[in-house]
Ligand binder design. Structure first.
Ligand code: HEM
Length: 196
């Protein structure tokens, strides 16, 4: 059962989640109608968002977040591996357009609101990775390691993330700021992905 804060956070992003799930360029993955070149485009677009967001989040993480084990939660390396597997060169990844709005994440609660999106997206990622394996015949986490969280125990990662967030808000406050950052981050991500 969700705690009151996590429930509030979840409710605040759900309209934006519905948009990502039903309208954005990811919705053709569970439908298994996505074309190979469009899958690469969507990964490139995600790379341009996740690569900068992970750096900014990392710069805000401090001693209050030891329980998070943040380095272990970063996933841009999986996007890079997938793109290289799909034929992109490592050098080309540095030339990809990057989202420039993450400079708005100036506090730890801002960073945690954004991290919530990435951690929650692991859940949907499992649905997407199953569809990608079936649709493109991928295996051994090659080509779909980002969405599959490269095989980590997603329910355990999600449970520890929720515990961390609840404890953080109870001891440090900042819940309203986290919610605003999560909503703004999700709206920005949807807009950014629409350019895929
Ligand atoms: C086609 C795309 C997507 C599908 C199929 C999908 C599916 C899911 C599913 C099945 C869950 C868990 C079940 C639930 O609690 O309702 C979930 C949760 C979540 N997803 Fe997605 N998702 C998608 C895209 C995204 C994207 C792009 C993001 C943001 C980066 C995202 C963020 C989240 C978050 C934050 C949660 C956790 C909500 C909570 O319980 O607090 N999802 N998604």
């Amino acid at each position: 059962m969700l705690t009151p804060f996590m429930q509030r956070l979840r409710e605040s992003i759900m309209p934006l989640h519905d948009e990502a799930e039903k309208v954005g360029p990811l919705h053709v993955i569970p439908d298994k109608t996505i074309r190979h070149e469009d899958y690469i485009k969507v990964l490139e677009r995600l790379y341009g968002f996740v690569s900068v967001a992970e750096k900014v989040i990392g710069s805000q993480i401090d001693d209050r977040c030891v329980a998070l084990d943040y380095p272990n939660r970063t996933r841009v390396k999986h996007l890079a591996n997938d793109l290289v597997f799909l034929g992109r060169s490592e050098g080309s990844l540095e030339q990809l357009p990057c989202f420039d709005g993450v400079s708005r994440l100036t506090t730890l609660p801002d960073a945690l609101g954004c991290l919530y999106l990435f951690e929650g997206s692991r859940l949907g990622g499992l649905v997407l990775s199953k569809a990608l394996k079936e649709h493109f015949g991928f295996q051994n986490f090659q080509g779909y390691s980002y969405f599959a969280s490269n095989g980590v125990d997603v329910p355990a990662m999600w449970a520890s993330f929720k515990d961390f967030m609840e404890n953080y808000v109870q001891t440090q406050g900042g819940g309203d700021e986290i919610i605003v950052a999560a909503k703004n981050g999700f709206a920005s991500l949807n807009e950014w992905l629409a350019g895929a």
